[in-house]
Design a binder for this molecule. Structure first.
Ligand code: FES
Length: 120
């Protein structure tokens, strides 16, 4: 059964229960992914595909690669909340990768704190 949803204001018809990312592809909207691959079962670990949805008058952030579409769902790929959460995800990843610099743990914490402080 096909259900209507909107992605960034664009109406699409998609199979009920399909992941949001499939609806986005159908609408021509690109959502960045890292851990998702069509041939594998999605498990939503990297959080890079976060989008904001409005469903039953409630807004929330979900992962587009494994969250199923429902009737009347509105999906937004570029909101202040989405941008905020992506910055947090990127900052965390960057901080975790800093160990290759052989910094001391306290240096890493200080650098990460300053990075986050700059961005917020
Ligand atoms: S692509 Fe990794 S959580 Fe969706």
């Amino acid at each position: 059964m096909k259900v209507p949803i909107t992605i960034d204001g664009q109406m699409v018809q998609i199979d009920k229960g399909a992941p949001i990312i499939d609806a986005a592809k159908k609408a021509g909207v690109v959502i960045p992914t890292l851990c998702y691959h069509e041939a594998l079962k999605p498990y939503g670990s990297c959080r890079l595909c976060m989008v904001e949805i409005l469903l039953n008058k409630q807004r929330r952030l979900v992962t587009a690669c494994n969250f199923p579409v429902e009737v009347g769902m509105e999906v937004f790929t570029d909101t202040a909340k989405v941008r905020h959460i992506l910055i947090v995800i990127f900052s965390g990843s960057l901080c975790l990768r800093m160990d290759f610099l052989k910094s001391s743990r306290s240096d890493m914490v200080l650098i990460c704190f300053n990075l986050l402080h700059l961005w917020f």
